[in-house]
Design a protein around this ligand. Structure first.
Ligand code: KG4
Ligand code: ZN
Length: 340
């Protein structure tokens, strides 16, 4: 892309992970994430605790990212940070830090949209990972979002479908809560799903117009189903956990794939990239591969470390914006509901 020597520091703090990464010309030199264990005991992210933990983590995390990259802060060309969407108290920590850091070094500040970053993570230079060609469809599936986006170019994106209630990650986490699993439940449901029978129990898929999604009905259906079965047999969940997880996963993946089928038909675009925490899921990965055979799709699945929240995706967007000299001013503010 360029023969220049460009070093970008990316900072991510939109939810409960404090992360920093250094990218050199689109290639990762470091990618540091401090997870906040504190939320596990509450069964979900507690915003006030998240913000406080970010304040404790941000300086050591950035320090570590620079050290691992083997560069001095004076070598940085710009600082990129997550402007939104996310939790306000969490975003403010990263935004304030990035602003002062860029100001102190007298280098450009770059604001990044977290949802765009989940998509543009596919443009990180990684051996063995092909970059999608424009236009492509991106499905972002995380604990906070479920969207289908038509990506015309790096910063020219149209959201063509999204959830009208819960995000798909929430469907996993809330189902997990009903089953007595820890938070976040997605990874465990996925693991157990691979050991169970996906057709053991049937949950009806919601009927939602067009390319939009709905997951709150599924959660209620699962709750009533479990309550009913437990009345008959108090050990029902314990005895059938893998089958229940497999059936939930089968239903959720079915909902996602059905919408992708409609989206590819509607747009005529058969290139599909996924991003967000749920793109780590084995079921969606397999279903997309099957789609290549069945429907002639070309699919792009991110490297595991770029699925959940990370700062490398923020740094790559910073790099792409740096090339376009698209900089933010010091008066830029964090935005909890920032749109793509
Ligand atoms: O992108 P992310 O790290 O944070 C948000 O921006 O929300 O996504 C976290 C979500 C959680 O809901 C978690 O349960 C889900 O991703 N998740 C998974 C898997 N790994 C993480 N869901 C299903 N299967 C997985 N393997
Ligand atoms: Zn995310």
């Amino acid at each position: 892309m360029t023969s220049q020597n460009i070093y970008i520091l990316g900072i991510e703090s939109s939810c409960d992970d404090t992360a920093a990464s250094v990218i050199h010309n689109g290639r990762i030199l470091s990618n540091v994430v401090a997870n906040q264990k504190i939320h596990e005991e509450y069964g979900g992210v507690v915003p006030e605790l998240a913000s406080r933990a970010h304040q404790q983590n941000i300086v050591p995390v950035v320090h570590q990212a620079l050290e691992k990259a083997g560069i001095k802060k004076e070598q940085l060309n710009a600082v990129a940070f997550t402007r939104g969407p996310g939790l306000m108290g969490s975003l403010l920590v990263g935004a304030s830090f990035a602003k002062s850091f860029a100001y102190g070094l007298n280098i450009p500040l770059i604001d990044v949209n977290h949802m765009q970053a989940h998509i543009l993570a596919h443009f990180i230079d990684e051996e063995g990972f092909e970059k999608p060609e424009f236009p492509f469809l991106a499905m972002t599936i995380s604990g906070g979002h479920t969207q289908i986006v038509k990506v015309n170019h790096y910063f020219d994106m149209d959201v063509i479908g999204e959830t009208i209630d819960d995000a798909v990650g929430e469907a996993y986490d809330k189902s997990g809560k009903i089953l007595g699993l820890g938070y976040p439940a997605g990874p465990e449901i996925d693991k157990r799903a691979q050991l169970g029978n996906p057709k053991a129990f049937k949950f009806t898929k919601p009927k939602v117009e067009g390319l939009n999604f709905s997951f709150s009905g599924l959660k209620t259906a699962i709750l009533y189903f479990i309550q009913r079965e437990v009345k008959e047999n108090s050990d029902f969940v314990k005895e059938n956990l893998n089958d229940i997880c497999a059936s939930i996963q089968y239903t959720i993946i079915g909902i996602l794939i059905d919408k992708l089928k409609v989206a590819t038909k509607q747009t005529g675009i058969k290139q599909i990239a996924i991003g967000g925490g749920v793109s780590a899921n084995s079921g969606i990965r397999k279903a997309l591969k099957d789609g290549e055979q069945k429907f002639g799709w070309k699919t792009y699945v991110p490297k595991f470390e770029f699925t959940t929240d990370n700062a490398a995706m923020i740094a790559i967007v910073g790099y792409l914006k740096f090339l376009e000299e698209d900089f933010a001013q010091q008066d830029v503010t964090a935005s909890a509901r920032l749109k793509i």
